[in-house]
Design a protein around this ligand. Structure first.
Ligand SMILES: Cc1cc2nc3c(=O)[nH]c(=O)nc-3n(C[C@H](O)[C@H](O)[C@H](O)COP(=O)(O)O)c2cc1C
Ligand SMILES: O=C(O)C(=O)c1ccccc1
Length: 370
């Protein structure tokens, strides 16, 4: 490394910036409003430190975690992000093959530039057992949501992720400044093609619309897939969700792209984990950039963490190989952090091993969520 950077910086974003047109880079990188929530996701991790335990022996580690009946090789998944073909011509197929090759589950979304059937097929080329989940924004017409869920089921997705932090679009400051509001010709949200209410062959716009708990119940009736709620920050919502039979939660502020004043994901996590009290898996995303972040999130009650932008940067700079390398590096970094913390398994990380930086030891409280 050269220059004045202290320690490993987030080169991936800088490298991707060189590759992408400025308006596309800004679309991926940006957040809502003044980008407070965006910044806080990473900075909140920076305000937390780990206290390793020592002399715990053991040379063999097992980083697997169990989520909705499947063993994941590491407590890591790919969060749903829109428009991968803006990042790289191979788009979601490349991401899917890379995730599957590393055994890391992929959440593909309604806003993909590749249809869910093709994303899932690409994942299965790399690993027939690949875990692919589908993320949905509930659409204003129930039959549109129903058709999307059906397509996800047919594609072999094994969970339905419903994003609930987006009753309206966030204000994306950079996109407004750049005048970026449309995909370039040749790219489209392919899942939105040939849906009820649209001309044959045409795509519908993805709506973000306010939904209620009753809408969730309707989705629940549509499918036997496990239902995962994405975008929960308030512990009371977590409690209601569990009572209503949701199968897992993702604590998330949407990568700082919706409510600018939202809490950082990792700061909201402990109270959600406490409210859930182990009844369902609590996942989180937002600001996870290194193994230490994964360890902190696990210690505070997450069973696994998602990454959004790191995958986009890796895709933009290295395509499928880039994503595979980035996911592998993150996984290996976590394994090393686990070892350095005296842990053998993810569950060995506990909240008393996390303390605020710049203050005397003050163990975090944390009902273990798992
Ligand atoms: C460019 C971009 C597009 C996104 N699109 C979606 C989406 O379609 N659906 C969704 O639920 N979340 C979406 N997200 C949010 C991610 O799933 C995730 O919550 C967030 O990126 C995690 O933060 P990180 O980027 O700091 O890892 C998007 C995020 C980005 C950066
Ligand atoms: O940009 C986003 O964060 C996002 O979630 C989204 C939603 C709908 C269409 C495209 C992107």
């Amino acid at each position: 490394m050269t220059g004045s950077h202290a320690g490993p910086p987030h080169e991936p974003a800088a490298a991707a910036r060189e590759r992408l047109g400025p308006e596309h880079y800004d679309y991926f990188a940006g957040g809502a409003g003044e980008e407070t929530a965006l910044r806080e996701n990473e900075e909140a991790f920076g305000r937390l430190a780990l206290l390793p335990r020592v002399l715990r022996g053991g040379t063999v580690r097992d980083t697997r975690v169990s989520v909705l009946g499947r063993d994941w090789p590491a407590p890591l998944f790919v969060s749903p992000t829109a428009f991968h073909r803006l990042a790289h011509p191979d788009g979601e197929r490349a991401t899917a093959r890379a995730a599957a090759a590393t055994g890391i589950p992929l959440v593909t979304g309604v806003a993909a530039t590749t249809a869910v059937a093709d994303v899932a097929a690409a994942a299965r080329e790399a690993d027939p057992e690949a875990v692919v989940w589908f993320q949905l924004y509930p659409q204003p017409e129930h039959e549109v949501s129903a058709e999307l869920v059906l397509r996800a089921e047919r594609a072999g997705c094994s969970a339905l992720v419903v994003t609930v932090d987006s009753p309206v679009f966030g204000t994306r400051t950079r996109d407004l400044r750049n005048g970026f509001h449309d995909l370039p010709p040749g790219l489209a949200a392919e899942n939105m093609r040939d849906l009820p209410g649209a001309a044959p062959g045409a795509t519908r716009d993805i709506a973000m619309c306010p939904a209620g708990w009753d809408d969730l119940a309707r989705l629940r009736e549509l499918t036997d897939l496990p239902l995962v709620l994405k975008g929960v920050l308030h512990p009371e919502d977590a409690r209601i969700a569990v009572e209503r039979g949701v199968d897992a939660l993702i604590v998330s502020n949407h990568g700082g792209r919706q409510l600018d004043a939202a809490a950082a994901s990792v700061e909201a996590l402990p109270a959600v984990a406490e409210a859930v009290a182990g009844r369902v898996p609590v996942l989180m995303d937002g600001g996870v950039r290194r193994g230490g972040d994964i360890a902190v999130a696990l210690a505070l009650g997450a069973r696994a963490v998602g990454v959004g932008r790191p995958v986009l940067w890796a895709l933009a700079t290295g395509g499928e190989d880039g994503v595979r390398e980035a996911l592998t590096a993150l996984r290996e970094d976590f394994d090393q952090v686990l070892a350095l913390c005296g842990g053998h398994r993810p569950r060995d990380l506990t909240a008393d091993q996390v303390t605020p930086r710049g203050l005397p030891y003050r163990p975090m409280r944390g009902e273990r969520a798992w």
